[in-house]
Write a protein that binds this ligand. Structure first.
Ligand code: PLP
Ligand code: TYF
Length: 392
């Protein structure tokens, strides 16, 4: 019977890791999977996390089960950063739970909306492929709209039309900041409008915040999310700490639900707990505990924020250098200067992306997406020359 199973494609992004590793060329460049890299090309463990981990090893006296909600100290310590310091639970309307990464959070959020009776999820495309994959696995219909224009700005008309066409009882999945794969985010003025549109259409916002602090800053990157939450009665928030604490493989995330009446919160969250038990029982503890220890300690928190500043500044330098290059062959790199986070799309077709890899040893996603953090002052000129060559 198991032989009835059909062959499934490998994750195209994760497959690039192996292709890159197997390439013997010394000057190859990995711009594939989205992990931050320093100017030396490393993805080190954060100083603040190393210190928290040392403390954890010294002080942790039990590894007994915590329950499906995970480490609630971690979940609550994060809330002022996500929802604002003034009233992080919005009057007792928001509660969270720990999940295995942002992916686990999205899985729970989408399973929860399915259970609540939603059947359609509105998603701007292109998006992170796992959004559509999880929806497909849960039998949720994805209604697509165009996220961005070739000129490098968001396609507000497409978003307005998608919301105008929405039915009451649809949900909309939006990237809070640092859009993956385009790097093209809504401006604050656009978020103001989006919040009103979502509220008027009475659709459920699901906000995916996987890169807070990697765009413009921790507060700035939460603007859209907070604006939408202030306008609507209910929302789900899918959070990842895997990029902004550098914890990728430790799988650290959280799911938050906001409801209109605090009296409904425990019942709604009991569905998150119940779905977690059916999926993974309990989240892995280590990474979330390390984040909690960082956030409970003023010195470690300050160091973590300084590390985030360094990362953001380095990516800004790379983006400024790309924009400064202007055009490479027929590809306009200028818009990348104003885009946010780890990703941008180089306007290349499939053959050109393949030529980048085979001829120049530059590894990037088939969509033309690059991980901006894969570029350094040592390899950026080679990258720009390669783009010029394949688009000449
Ligand atoms: N959401 C988006 C838009 C992402 O790009 C990612 C990927 O890294 C995630 C969520 C989930 O990240 P993780 O499951 O690694 O925490
Ligand atoms: O888009 C990226 O590169 C990151 C990392 O199945 C990632 O979001 C990519 C693919 C995947 C899981 C994480």
């Amino acid at each position: 019977m198991l032989t009835n199973l059909q062959q499934q494609p490998a994750d195209a992004l994760l497959a690039l890791i192996k292709l890159h590793n197997d390439d013997p060329r010394a000057d190859k460049i990995d711009l594939g999977v989205g992990v931050y890299r320093t100017g030396e090309g490393d993805t080190p463990v954060f100083r603040s996390i190393k210190a928290a981990e040392a403390k954890l090893v010294a002080e942790q006296d039990s590894k007994a089960y915590l329950g499906p909600e995970g480490d609630m100290g971690f979940v609550e310590a994060l809330m002022p950063y996500v929802f604002g310091k003034a009233d992080p639970s919005m009057g007792g309307r928001i509660e969270g739970m720990q999940t295995p990464g942002g992916t686990g959070s999205l899985r729970l959020a989408l399973a929860m909306v399915k259970r609540a009776g939603y059947s359609r999820i509105i998603v701007g495309v292109p998006s992170w492929p796992n959004h559509a994959q999880i929806c497909a696995d849960l039998g949720l219909e994805v209604v697509e709209f165009n996220h961005a224009l070739a000129s490098g700005t968001t396609d507000m008309d497409a978003l307005r039309a998608a919301i105008a066409d929405a039915r009451e009882g649809d949900a909309i999945l939006l990237h809070g900041c640092c859009h993956n794969p385009t790097g093209i985010d809504y401006s604050n003025a656009q978020w103001d409008e989006i919040a009103g549109l979502i509220a008027a259409a009475k659709i459920l916002p699901i906000l995916d915040l996987a890169y807070q602090g990697l765009g413009k800053g921790m507060e700035e990157d939460a603007y859209g999310l907070r604006r939408v939450l202030a306008a609507v009665p209910e929302a789900l928030i899918c959070y990842s700490c895997d990029k902004n604490f550098g914890l990728y493989r430790d799988r650290v995330g959280a799911l938050y639900a906001m409801v209109g009446d605090p009296a409904d919160l425990a019942r709604v969250m009991s569905n998150g707990h119940n779905l977690a038990r059916a999926n993974w029982s309990q989240p892995p503890d280590h990474g979330g505990a390390a984040v909690r220890l960082v956030l409970e300690d003023e010195t470690l928190t300050a160091d973590w924020l300084a590390e985030l500043d360094e990362m953001r500044e380095r990516m800004r330098e790379v983006r400024a250098k790309l924009a400064e290059a202007g055009t490479a062959g027929s590809a306009d790199l200028t818009p990348m200067g104003g885009q946010n986070g780890l990703f941008s799309i180089v306007p290349l077709n499939k053959d050109q992306v393949l030529a980048m890899r085979t001829k120049h040893g530059v590894y990037m996603a088939g969509s033309g997406r690059i991980n901006v953090a894969g570029l350094t002052m040592g390899n950026i000129d080679k990258f720009i020359a390669a783009v010029a060559d394949v688009t000449a």
